[in-house]
Design a binder for this molecule. Sequence first.
Ligand code: UD1
Length: 335
Amino acid sequence: MENKTVLVTGGLGYIGSHTVVELISAGYFPVIVDNLANSTIGRLSSLEDLTGVKIAFEEVDCTNESEMRRVFSSYKINSVIHFAAFKSVEESQKMPEAYIRNNVGSTKVLLQLMEEFSVERFVFSSSCTVYGTPEINPVSESTPRLPAASVYGQTKQDCEDLIFEASKSAPFQSVVLRYFNPVGAHPSAKIGESTNDAPTNLIPLVCEVATGKRAKLFVFGEDYDTPDGSCIRDYIHVVDLAKAHVLALNLSKESNLEIFNLGVGKGYSVKEVVDRFQEINGVSITVEITGRRSGDVPAIWAIPDYAEKKMGWKCQLTIDDALAHAWNWTKTQIR
Ligand code: UD1
């Protein structure tokens, strides 16, 4: 029988937990590894509640090689999906060493152990941040990777480089998924985006303003060369993104390395997103324009055609769905 055991690092995090739901509904057996650095154990109960399945969980830091070796020895793992990473552009500029140690260090450990334990496939959480500040938009997978605008971006480039190198000789297939900006929450409102520290991503911050937890949203810059002066991003619903991981596990093995852009293919400015959020959810967001944020690129959005052609992946949900689902989830969190 086909081995459907998948190690999911960072499986209690935002994208990881949504992916675990999709994996279970597609008949996979996820084994979650998470050190709870930016998640809580409560997410495991929410996942079990949502899926009706008892899920294997190991509280381990992926940079800890001996502990990870124990995990690989305990389960017969067929594939690995590596989400566990620090992900704040802003924070990465302030604590570069921690970002390199965690993001690059964990990837090195996994590459080593996957070879040792004959894992068949590696799916890596990369980011559109690897394109740096692109000269033209939208970007395809063959758009050159320019120097990263942030340390976070640099760590994703470094991880990709390690994977590219490993794929020349490693016996496993690597699938690099370059996410654009994941947003939204599960339609059930049982799981969504939460952080152990104060959020730094746009939508959780907008939600905190909507609940009154925060007085206003600071828009980082309105002097960019974009139609309304604020930055442009490609916002993709986290459930659509999660589904791409299941498809990535089903790719034919004809190539040892595959790279996919995962975005909607349309860019929205920060101001447009805030306006849409207010309109869709009937709430009011106070905004103050402030200076640019270090590490931000002015504009980036995807050409997602290759993912459709090769994996049959297509977004089914819209940015408006994502904004409504994010708000529904936030409302469940108000105490
Ligand atoms: C970056 C990556 C993205 C990755 C994400 C993980 C790029 C281009 N994208 O997203 O692939 O998934 O990190 O965290 O590097 N903003 C405000 N005010 C705020 C917060 C954000 O104006 O208080 C603006 C930012 O300037 C940006 C947009 O909102 O233009 C989105 O920001 P954010 O949600 O933090 O994600 P990125 O940094 O774009």
